[in-house]
Ligand binder design. Structure first.
Ligand code: FUB
Length: 322
């Protein structure tokens, strides 16, 4: 059996979120395109305008991949100006809720919701983003008691570094160094790293039921990881899953290009750094999800091999989780 598999040859997709809904495996990626925008550290070149929903019939390593077509387009989202990045979908009472980040008219990221009656969409967006939402990279997680959560956040182009206590305290100008875009606001190397956020969703799935909270990632001694610990600290692309009696938080380290896994006994954490799930891939970004299908665990991720290393044109892959 092949070790890994490209899922959508002939098109560019990234940032997979995979779920089994009603016994069917769905993958919701970002839909990459070449917008001709120069590569910058603020991610302007990731200028995506729509999403497709995919279904894999049967074994993820060999099954037919069905493209259910375009399920949401930027032009139909009244509040969003550009850059549809990593989305995820949650189910409640037979309805499906797609959560997605996009930049508003002021180039500030927020998270929107779009609703469908079927997991394959299409999804109809609400006219405004979720009040109090910010930053990028949404993961939807349903806990054992049925409560539903979003995990989100990403630094540099994902803008998380502009916020403290869920308030924007720094501006885009303060975030930008004179020599172009480089993130000026990451904490000092010996300060605690910025954390991904978790928030419980309201019963109707359309708003936050509480203030987003930090998910703290610690070292083996229980100390919060430092911002200078570039090989372990959170950058973006958090994914929460429950496996073997533990909560797992996996995430990208961004500028060191790793997917790491941290574990906790409770949803709230803290999460202790455990291991590297995936080493550097071709392309700058690395982004993944972990999902159980038929008793086996799979890692979905992306790389830029098929586009010849163009980091904004990525291709989805899957492999069994070791
Ligand atoms: O696809 C745009 C951004 O690139 C995502 O939000 C990040 O996770 C990175 O994959």
């Amino acid at each position: 059996m092949q070790e890994s598999r490209y899922l959508i040859p002939g098109d560019y997709s990234a940032d997979p979120s995979a779920h089994v809904f009603g016994g069917r495996l769905f993958v919701y990626p970002s839909h990459d395109r070449d917008a001709g925008i120069p590569e910058r550290d603020n991610g302007d070149h990731f200028d995506m305008v729509d999403y497709h929903a995919y279904e894999i019939k049967g074994d993820p390593m060999t099954g037919e991949v069905v493209d259910h077509g375009m399920v949401l387009h930027l032009k139909d989202i009244p509040w969003a100006k550009r850059q549809l990045w990593d989305n995820d979908v949650a189910e409640k009472d037979g309805r499906y809720y797609m959560y997605f980040p996009a930049k508003d008219a002021n180039d500030v990221f927020h998270i929107g919701v779009a609703i469908a009656d079927r997991p394959e969409g299409p999804f109809k967006p609400l006219p405004e983003p979720i009040p109090g939402s910010y930053s990028i990279d949404v993961c939807a997680f349903k806990d054992k008691d049925g409560a539903q959560y979003l995990v989100f956040g990403g630094i540099w182009g994902g803008q998380l570094q502009r916020y403290r206590d869920n308030k924007q305290v720094f501006t885009a100008a303060e975030d930008t160094l004179p020599d172009g875009y480089r993130c000026a606001l990451e904490p000092a190397e010996d300060e605690p790293a910025l954390c991904p956020k978790i928030v419980r969703l309201s019963d109707d799935m359309l708003s936050f039921a509480e203030q987003p909270r930090d998910i703290v990632i610690t070292d083996e001694n229980g100390n919060a990881l430092k911002a200078g610990d570039h090989k372990r600290r959170f950058f973006e692309a958090a994914w929460l899953y429950f496996k073997d009696g533990k909560y797992h938080l996996s995430y990208s380290t961004g500028d060191t290009h790793l997917i790491c896994d941290a574990v906790a006994d409770t949803l709230a954490g803290p999460y202790r750094f455990d291991r590297v799930l995936l080493g550097p891939q071709v392309g700058w970004t690395t982004h993944h999800c972990v999902v159980e299908v038929g008793g086996k665990w799979y890692l979905f991720h992306h790389d830029s091999v098929p586009s010849g290393g163009r980091t904004w044109l990525r291709s989805l892959k899957v492999k069994e989780l070791a």
